[in-house]
Design a protein around this ligand. Structure first.
Ligand code: PBG
Length: 329
């Protein structure tokens, strides 16, 4: 060994040094916490496939929102479960829809929190697809108007940002136009740009009761095998006016996040989805993984790949841990 040899272990010996040379940070500031809201009062229904997460009514949601804000989490992402479903998903864009009520309540009571809304039809349609169904298939262009109406109704209720997750072509442009026409030029769009047709959404679909009643989502969500196409999707959404772009799921798609980081300057979000959460929770409960460490490692990996924003059901758990003294050195 020569004296000039690079000895990587020199910087690993002491915890304080490890902290100094750490390349990636994870802070409460990076997180968005997704929540499911239902009609009623005093409702807090645990979601079996997502231990620790519940469907909550608006009054309980306000408590969750206060909690999240108190922990320094900048934003929540809202999903609604309607009273009734119909073929055109009409509660999605109803003035007194569950999300619209939730947005008003949170904006009234928790001023220090961004309220982001998921814009999609699948929880609201009787067939469970993200768009209008005609002749057994999901029709793109007739869906755009309904999505735009949904986005505008969320913003009229007070939403700070809308997040279209439907994967119809042209939805970002349609929503941007509708917001601009309504005088909401300053309201940003976070687009689920590279959203894959993933089995990791399974627990979410139990939670949101949004499983398609026939077929699957492969005619609109992306093929997990593709990455060049993801770059084209992101470029298209930016062109249509997206302010933040997203890759989803996160952990099995770190290469997509890294490519997007390298190719685009726009703020990048990654959605660590319900199945990623469920896997860690399940292994933790079985005693097969250390749940806390698995959670931190997974979230740091998503940040290391290049995500600015991480959307995660672990948001409150992480924020709580980080409050107690950052990542372990
Ligand atoms: C609605 C939507 C889904 C998710 C976010 N928005 C489900 C789907 O596309 O089937 C999944 C989120 C998760 O799994 O945590 N289109």
């Amino acid at each position: 060994m020569t004296h000039a040899m690079f000895r990587p272990r020199r910087l690993r010996e002491k915890s304080l040094l490890r902290r100094l040379v750490r390349e990636t940070t994870l802070r409460a500031d990076d997180l968005i916490y997704p929540l499911f809201v239902v009609h009623g009062r005093g409702v807090r229904e645990p979601i079996p496939s997502m231990p620790g997460q519940s469907r909550v009514s608006v009054d309980e949601l306000v408590k969750e929102a206060k909690d999240a804000a108190g922990m320094g989490i900048p934003g929540i992402l809202l999903f609604g479960l309607p009273e009734d479903k119909d073929p055109r998903g009409s509660e999605a864009y109803a003035e007194d829809g569950v999300v619209q009520q939730a947005v008003r309540a949170v904006k009234d009571t928790v001023p220090d929190l961004l309220v982001v809304t998921d814009v999609c039809l699948c929880q609201y349609t009787s067939h469970g697809h993200c768009g209008v169904v005609e002749g057994g298939s999901v029709k793109n262009d007739p869906t755009l108007e309904l999505l735009a109406r949904t986005a505008v109704s969320h913003v009229e209720a007070g939403a700070d940002m809308v997040a279209p997750s439907d994967m119809m072509d042209g939805r970002v442009g349609a929503i941007r136009d509708a917001l601009d026409e309504g005088g909401w030029v300053e309201t940003p769009i976070m687009a689920y740009s590279a959203k894959y047709a993933s089995c990791f959404y399974g627990p979410f679909r139990d939670a949101a009761d949004s499983t398609p009643q026939f077929g699957d989502r492969r005619s609109y969500q992306m093929d997990p095998a593709n990455v060049a196409e993801a770059m084209r999707e992101i470029a298209l959404d930016l062109d249509e006016g997206a302010d933040i772009v997203m890759v989803k799921p996160a952990l099995p798609y770190l290469d997509v996040i890294a490519r997007a980081r390298a190719e685009f300057g726009a703020p990048l979000a990654a959605y660590s989805v319900s199945g990623e959460y469920a896997m860690i929770k399940a292994a933790g409960r079985l005693g097969w993984l250390d749940e806390e460490r698995a959670m931190l490692e997974a979230l740091v990996a998503i940040r290391r790949a290049g995500a600015d924003i991480v959307i995660t059901y672990f948001a409150k758990d992480v924020a709580r841990l980080l409050e107690r003294g950052a990542l372990p050195g």
